[in-house]
Design a binder for this molecule. Structure first.
Ligand code: SDX
Length: 427
């Protein structure tokens, strides 16, 4: 007999089952609560509320653990590749050699982007933030793929998913080219997924142009680390939009917009801006830690804290080490990394951060690597979106293929009670 919980309200007793996940996480199934008792639950920001069952990603915030389809992130970051992780997230298993080669070939086959998308791109000023451009270009793909995905039809689902995965790095790199007023680059199907993205970003029309393999390896690892993170703000947005049966491209476009916020993926750009401000201000770390603690000051230590992790974000640990390695390999001595390391040390000794279990998150060190790779800070969140794309798609696909109801939360109304319309003369 599974566990249950009881609620006693106005003298009546209501009993609800406790659902247990395969890794031991538990939740109360309250799906009949309002019907039974007239009550709803209230949980702003859904801090205590699960929206779905899912088989994709598991994370333990207290232990600082993260795994995709059961594989620990540390092993995937060390041994896998971003394209292989895309396949794993989408189809649930690591691909065989044949499956992986077929998947890679499909990604190359679908990498054509309609010329009209270039015209849409060129309609933006070079000063437009790349995230806004990327959200628009992604939504515009609907115009060229109007057929709504038949999620029950495996081939239809495969084509839609592969089409988006194939075009996204091109659109992402084009937002960079636009921001630098560089000519639009062309995809090179002879290259691997990440190498092609790098050449799309950095190619300089010289025939002998080659991407530095150190840069490709570092970006591949970063994209693996960003690939999914269960029901975060942007993944929940993708699920909610998709639950209305809106199309895949428009649902992902909504996810890009949600990720852009400084509390979410936009934090990686905000971290570097914060570190640069600290550096120009003389690097007085305690002053900034005190500022972050001051309730009257809206400043927050960007890249610190997490809704779920109450321990070091396992991705931050890996990225911190990778930052060291990349800077060394590229022979870069970046003072901003030293400031970040110093800030982490000061904050983690401070009672305020210890008490609230505020640790560096995935965004705290990632920007330092992107900077070292020559990626401008306005592109940092685009890099996050490129990594998160397979996770968003996997979440959308799972939601549609398990036929979830349309997402429609309730509320507690605290506005004016019923009143009659006032004629103008009486207002
Ligand atoms: C990502 O959810 C995911 O999985 C997201 C993500 C993913 O992979 O998809 O991991 C990616 O978005 C990482 C987070 C990136 N954002 C930032 O680094 C922005 C800075 N962090 C904060 O804004 C905050 O920590 C959040 C938004 C990340 C989490 O906010 P919560 O869970 O709503 O927590 P909270 O704001 O209620 O904070 C609890 C307490 C508060 O103090 P008290 O009211 O208890 O006194 O901690 C304080 C907060 O003021 N606090 C911070 C702080 N973060 C929380 N104080 C100073 N600096 C901070 N960064």
């Amino acid at each position: 007999m599974s566990e249950t919980v009881k609620i006693i309200y106005q003298g009546k007793e209501y009993e609800y089952p406790v659902i247990e996940g395969t890794m031991g996480d538990k939740g109360i199934d309250i799906s009949s609560l309002r019907l039974d008792s007239g009550l709803i639950t209230l949980d702003p920001g859904y801090k205590n509320t699960g929206s779905t069952l899912s088989k994709i990603t598991y994370l333990d915030g207290e232990q600082g653990k993260l795994m995709y389809r059961g594989y620990p992130i540390e092993q995937l970051a060390e041994k896998s590749s971003f394209v292989e992780v895309q396949y794993l997230l989408l189809y649930g298993e690591l691909p065989t050699e044949v499956e992986l080669e077929k998947f890679k070939a499909s990604l190359k086959d679908y990498s054509f982007v309609n010329d009209r998308v270039r015209k849409i791109l060129n309609g933006f000023p070079s000063t437009a933030h790349p995230m806004g451009v990327l959200a628009s270009l992604t939504g515009s793909l609907t115009a060229f793929n109007p057929k709504v995905v038949d999620v029950a039809h495996a081939a239809d689902m495969f084509h839609a998913v592969t089409r988006l995965l194939a075009k996204f790095p091109i659109l992402s790199a084009w937002t960079y080219r636009l921001s630098k007023e560089l000519p639009i680059s062309e995809s090179d199907p002879s290259l691997g997924y990440v190498e092609n993205f790098c050449q799309l970003m950095f190619s300089n029309q010289k025939k002998d142009f080659k991407v530095n393999p150190v840069i490709v390896d570092a970006i591949d690892k970063l994209l693996i680390l960003h690939a999914d993170h269960e029901q975060n703000c942007s993944a929940s947005t993708v699920r909610l939009v998709g639950s209305s049966h809106a199309g895949l491209f428009t649902s992902i476009s909504a996810g890009i917009s949600a990720l852009w916020g400084a509390r979410h993926g936009g934090a990686n750009q905000a971290v570097i801006e914060m570190l640069e401000t600290i550096k120009t201000g003389g690097g007085r770390l305690q002053k900034w830690v005190d500022k972050a603690k001051d309730k009257d000051d809206e400043f927050r230590l960007m890249g610190f804290g997490h809704r779920v992790y109450k321990n070091m974000d396992p991705r931050a640990k890996i990225i911190k080490k990778a930052a060291d390695d990349v800077l060394e390999q590229l022979g870069i001595d970046d003072e901003v990394l030293d400031i970040a390391l110093g800030l982490e040390e000061v904050a983690l000794k401070d009672e305020y951060f210890i008490e609230r279990k505020l640790y560096p998150n995935v965004d705290f060190y990632s920007g330092i690597i992107y900077r070292a790779l020559g990626i401008p800070k306005e592109m940092f969140t685009v890099m996050f979106a490129l990594g998160r794309l397979p996770g968003w798609i996997a979440q959308w696909k799972e939601m549609r293929q398990t036929d979830q109801p349309i997402g429609r939360p309730r509320q507690i109304y605290t506005g004016a009670t019923t009143r009659d319309y006032l004629p103008m003369s009486e207002r």
